[in-house]
Design a protein around this ligand. Sequence first.
Ligand SMILES: Cc1cc2nc3c(=O)[nH]c(=O)nc-3n(C[C@H](O)[C@H](O)[C@H](O)COP(=O)(O)O)c2cc1C
Length: 344
Amino acid sequence: MSDLSIKYMGLSLKNPIIVGSSGLTNSIENLKEIEKAGAGAVVIKSIFEEQILIESDKFLSSSDKKIEPMKRGFDDIMNKRSYDYIEALDYIDNFAKENTLDKYLQFIEKAKESISIPIIASINCVSSYNWHYFAKRIQKAGADAIELNIYLLPSNPIQEGIENEKVYFEIAKEVQKYVSIPVSLKISYYFSGLAQKVIELSKTGIKGLVLFNRPYNPDIDIKTIKISSSNIYSTQSEYSHTLRWVAILAGRTDCDIIASTGIHDYTSVIKQILAGATAVQMASVFYKKGFGVISETLKGIEDWMKEHKFENVNDFRGKLSQVKIEHPAAYERVQFMKMYSNIE
Ligand SMILES: Cc1cc2nc3c(=O)[nH]c(=O)nc-3n(C[C@H](O)[C@H](O)[C@H](O)COP(=O)(O)O)c2cc1C
């Protein structure tokens, strides 16, 4: 029988299929189904900075008379009219943080009681602001690891790339000061020198890098002539962008690399591992086809391993990474030279 077990960030996983963070990892029933279907680990829904702001808002719209003066203070600050109520804002902010975090911690505790595969908590952060405070509590609640989802769009035309990129390093360093469980970063590809920065990030003590998060992209509806949202779920063809970067970076980083985006079946899992990924994360496909995909994917990998006489995942991991292949330029070709000349 093929051995699919792996080590991811020092954790023992029975296979390399990790269910990525999404709305589907937000309920205990789903986590039980995910475990039953055979996943190696699961990343639970992220706790968002924005979520905390919403919670603040809910708090502020409460009818409690006692908070009325604070609400006014908050509004003033938000409207940048007055800074007299900084303390009130701090109070509200901390209240919201505690409330939101409490729910999240309870969920982690319940998840730990309900399933036995590793549970990776996820924090969606855009600044190093107070995340150490959350991270510590998340570790205490029993999470096996923490994934920091950092997606910073370098959209400010007067901000240097380095300023934007600095935030990734600050968050990584800050959070690790307060936890002993493994920390990974789930990042975007908007770096001025992607390969160099990813390698640098891998040396900050983090144990894993998830390449890449898939951003929510805007679209335009030409019927209503309004801004709309584009495809929320990935398609299978999207895996190749990550494949290139996994292959280029594998064997060059000081931490594990995990592939994410467009991985919908066993073929793309195998490709990512051949390119050098330690494991993969899958999300969209479960919205489209349900968690049954996990067992089908595992069966596909096992059959392929048998066919190619690979006994365990290490036997083929990174076999086609850039550092191991004869023609490394294959992963760097970006123009369709040959194809253009052949297509009529
Ligand atoms: C509906 C939905 C909700 C998501 N929520 C989160 C989230 O809370 N945190 C996060 O890090 N990623 C979130 N993601 C991103 C996925 O974890 C994943 O990185 C992305 O969808 C690419 O993988 P895929 O092609 O397998 O979907 C979400 C994705 C979807 C489709």
